[in-house]
Design a protein around this ligand. Structure first.
Ligand code: GDR
Length: 330
């Protein structure tokens, strides 16, 4: 039985990846800080085969202890401060966890190592935010980085460290440069889920408007369930490498609003959407479009959910959850 250790187990990707690996017959361990975060209980309720192990990305000895305890075949480093907007306000904490946390996890893997015949394989969750003020469109694994937020800067550090450990120590360390990926499990602070949740509440008369920032920014959005497949595929390759993972089409926030409001039977959403300066960012990334040709050719990875299907999946899940809560309150 293969063993996997996942950091960021309570996040959207950690939950999907944990389920995928359990379904593939892995024994799966999720790293938690052990501070009785209610989400920790929820992930085990949702995925009872999951085991939890304590450790903190700020604390190298705890990571070494966790890797020693689990003796994993594969480590997936998904833990991070992942909300770009917050990273402007908490830049140092973001550097500490999203940046230095990667170095600590790599060190733990290098020190514990695994057997010579079966060295530990490492996956780093890199991000399209690293491209920032993009140097070319679309972006590939060879596109130079120009991050536009403390989060993006920290991710570049983690990415470069992963490449360095691969080259310096021969670690089987791969990095997935993942473009935005969403699902009904996305946190409410991210724009997609904020929109689908608000539109469902507007539909049910529970809310009358939604406050947003820049509606003209655009993203290459995909479904998180497809992206965790790509993470696993990368670690099954004989050689470690870096891969861009993206559907390869970009949509504005306005287009996301068009689809979501149309599902609620509303054609003109302008009266429902307010602009709020609080949600604008000091610097914004440019035109993000990923070219995932390498992942198609080498991993055989393909997205299975289209943009419209993704919005529909998220809207319907939010509508159902809000209706359920309404029934319970009555
Ligand atoms: P992003 O995701 O920063 O791309 O990072 P987010 O959904 O937060 O923003 C996407 C775009 O929407 C614009 N926007 C708003 N964003 C939020 N959150 N709230 C608003 O009200 C709002 N109005 C407009 C933003 O300006 C932005 O342009 C995500 C995270 O998951 C990262 O961790 C990950 O690395 C990248 O995707 C790939």
């Amino acid at each position: 039985m293969k063993r996997a250790l996942i950091t960021g187990i309570t996040g959207q990707d950690g939950r999907y990846l944990g389920e995928l690996l359990v379904a593939k017959g892995y024994q799966v361990f999720g790293l938690i800080r052990g501070q009785a975060n209610p989400k920790e209980r929820l992930v085990v309720e949702e995925n009872p085969a999951l085991e939890l192990v304590e450790g903190d990305l700020r604390d190298l000895p705890s990571l070494i202890a966790a890797v020693e305890q689990v003796q994993p075949d594969e480590v997936y480093n998904l833990g991070a401060i992942s909300f770009v907007q917050l990273s402007f306000k908490q830049a140092e904490l973001t550097a500490e966890i999203t940046g230095l946390g990667v170095l600590r996890m790599l060190e733990a893997v290098r020190i514990v190592g695994g057997s010579d015949r079966n060295p530990i394989r490492f996956y780093q969750a890199s991000s399209s935010e690293m491209f920032g003020k993009v140097r070319e469109v679309p972006q590939t694994e060879r596109t130079p980085f120009h991050p536009r937020s403390p989060y993006g800067v920290a991710k570049v550090f983690g990415h470069d460290m992963t490449v360095n450990y691969r080259e310096a120590y021969g670690l089987h360390a791969s990095s997935g440069i993942l473009f935005n990926h969403e699902s009904p499990r996305r946190g409410l602070e991210f724009v997609t889920r904020k929109i689908t949740n608000s539109v469902a509440r507007i539909k049910l008369g529970l809310q009358d408007s939604i406050s947003l920032g820049n509606l003209d920014s655009s993203r290459d959005w995909g479904f998180a369930g497809d992206y965790v497949q790509a993470m696993w595929m990368m670690l099954q390759q004989d050689e470690p490498d870096d891969y861009v993972i993206a559907p390869g089409e970009t949509h504005t926030i306005r287009e996301f609003l068009d689809v979501a409001f149309r599902l609620a039977g509303i054609d003109d959403w302008e009266p429902y959407v307010r602009r709020d300066p609080r949600f604008y960012r000091p610097a914004e990334v440019d035109l993000l479009i990923g070219d995932a040709t390498k992942a198609h050719e080498r991993l055989g990875w393909r997205p299975t959910v289209s943009f419209e299907e993704l919005v529909q999946m998220m809207y319907e899940a939010d509508l159902e959850a809000e209706e359920r809560q309404l029934r319970q309150r009555r």
